[in-house]
Ligand binder design. Structure first.
Ligand code: BDR
Ligand code: CA
Length: 345
């Protein structure tokens, strides 16, 4: 039987791991990419847009709509993190400049128009701050019921934050947007609730140099792609394959960043994992909870709080990913992206 198609709208703040999420989706035959929407986060929204156009063009997906969205969070001043993702948001990678223009539609319109056109069919994936989705919900309050489901990378529950002690980056950038989304997506039935990929699980998705080596080997890239922790920082890839070369340059930066913060010479693949879950929810074990976002705390603004036991007396509004098989994720990622890389050359 033919694999079932998954129509997707993807909102990103590309971003090194957002980049690999896009590669994973382009490499997945069941993914039907209806639109990529850009939000400010890791880098500015305009830089995010350039990165998205560049990755799509490199991989031969130049016909997928890329739309600019919010350039600042709903209330908070914008913070970006070039320290984590490099000056352009893609580590040491230097992608060829894209030749085509952005969509004339705003990101929110891409969400709304697609969802109205195909009610109950579309999966939304958000791997950046939730600003665009929150604004879209304000314009079309039916959006949560028009979508099949959303998968979000964001939050930290029984796990330390990566931005402040209790806050995860995507929610920390725009906590007000996150609150709007969790409110708006409340009251959905089992199977339609937002699936939340928080740091509790995404920090278990550890990409190491051997994964990049395996990807390069699987697509026939030469020479062997070795990211050696003892290399001088910033050494550039000589890979014959363009996807491998750019990805390796991007991921090396992320590994150096993680080492700087005592997490080892590895890179957490938050966003590609969320992409894989969007295509196949069975990859994740979830537990339902009621989620809210702290907005008033002086030390904890942006903290995601899960009520696992119904203490607030409110219906569950999220399925939080509590377990997965990281090996299986990497098996899929390497197999799929290698096939894409082979095609691109
Ligand atoms: C999230 O923050 C960003 O820096 C990453 O791209 C990911 O979406 C992890 O907290
Ligand atoms: Ca991201």
């Amino acid at each position: 039987m033919a694999e079932q198609t998954v129509p997707l709208i993807v909102d990103v703040d590309t971003g090194i791991d957002d980049s690999l999420a896009l590669l994973y989706l382009m490499a997945s035959p069941e993914a039907e990419l209806l639109g990529i929407t850009c939000t400010a986060g890791n880098v500015t929204a305009r830089q995010v847009a350039t990165n998205n156009l560049a990755w799509l063009e490199l991989c031969g997906y130049a016909d997928v709509e890329v739309a600019l969205g919010a350039e600042v969070p709903i209330i908070a001043p914008l913070m970006t993190t070039e320290e984590t993702h490099g000056p352009q948001g893609i580590g040491y990678a230097e992608l060829p400049a894209p030749t085509r223009a952005l969509s004339s539609r705003h990101a929110t319109q891409v969400w709304i128009d697609n969802a109205r056109r195909r009610p109950g069919e579309i999966t939304g994936l958000v791997t950046g701050p939730l600003t665009n989705l929150a604004l879209a919900v304000k314009l079309e309050p039916e959006l949560p019921r028009l979508l099949k489901r959303i998968v979000v990378m964001g939050g930290a529950f029984n796990h330390p934050g990566n931005t402040n002690p209790t806050t995860e980056w995507n929610v920390a950038v725009d906590p007000d947007a996150a609150r709007i989304v969790f409110d708006a997506f409340s009251g959905l039935p089992e199977g339609r609730r937002p699936v939340i990929c928080a740091l509790d699980v995404t920090e278990r998705i550890e990409m190491r140099p051997h994964h990049i080596a395996a990807l390069a080997e699987a697509c026939g890239s030469t020479p062997a792609e070795i990211i050696d922790p003892d290399d001088p920082p910033g050494r550039r890839s000589q890979a014959s394959n363009r996807v491998v070369r750019h990805l390796s340059d991007a991921v090396r930066f992320y590994m150096e960043f993680h080492r700087l913060y005592d997490q080892g010479f590895l890179a957490h693949m938050h966003d590609p994992f969320a992409a894989a879950v969007a295509l196949d929810p069975a990859l994740a074990t979830t537990r339902r909870a009621t989620v809210d976002v702290e907005l008033a705390g002086t030390l904890t603004r942006g903290q995601t709080v899960a009520d696992w036991r119904g203490m607030w007396g409110r219906e569950p509004n999220a399925d939080i990913v509590v377990d997965t098989d990281p090996e299986e994720f990497f098996r899929r990622a390497i197999e799929r992206v290698a096939a894409l890389a082979r095609r691109v050359g």
